[in-house]
Design a protein. Structure first.
Length: 170
């Protein structure tokens, strides 16, 4: 049974910010996103240290504020991605180089058909648009802070999430 016939997809999104008024950045993004998505549940907002990468220096980056959420939308992944990029650019997301500080970063971690009330019971909907954009997010398993929030706070177990990677795209 569908939880809402207007929303064909369920998503798990991850928000991050390490520049400016991080909370204000999130509130503004949530308000702008409200035209196209409905957040159904979200984790606590947590502070994390910048990730370390061998090719990019992140030593001088401020800590991030992060949260994850389950959202529903009528938009398929490619259209939601384009909408998110517009919002990131409006609030502040440098695209000069990867691993740069930013006012807002929103990642699409997982997508499923909205065919059940609970995300865990929905049919995975993998998607690949370009080498740098695929759902499920290729780095999900490497980001402990995402995993802790999704698995512990959104209460979606690892086995359920791993089903999303067991598709013809991966």
């Amino acid at each position: 049974m569908k939880s809402n016939y207007n929303f064909a997809y369920k998503y798990i999104l991850a928000f991050g910010s390490n520049l400016g008024d991080r909370r204000k950045n999130f509130y503004k993004a949530i308000k702008l996103l409200d035209n196209k998505i409905k957040i159904r549940t979200q984790s606590e907002w947590i502070e994390t240290k910048p990730l370390v990468h061998a090719l990019y220096n992140t030593d001088d980056h401020e800590n991030y504020l992060n949260f994850v959420c389950i959202a529903e939308s009528a938009l398929p992944p490619d259209e939601l991605y384009d909408f998110i990029v517009e919002i990131e650019d409006l609030i502040g997301h440098s695209r000069e180089s990867r691993w740069m500080p930013r006012n807002l970063d929103i990642d699409l971690l997982f997508c499923a058909r909205n065919d059940s009330k609970e995300f865990a019971n929905c049919t995975p909907f993998p998607f690949k648009k370009a080498p740098d954009f695929s759902v499920p997010h290729v780095d999900y398993l490497n980001r402990d802070f995402w995993r802790e929030q999704v698995e512990n706070e959104l209460k979606i177990n690892e086995a359920t999430l791993l089903r999303h990677f067991k598709t013809e795209l991966f």
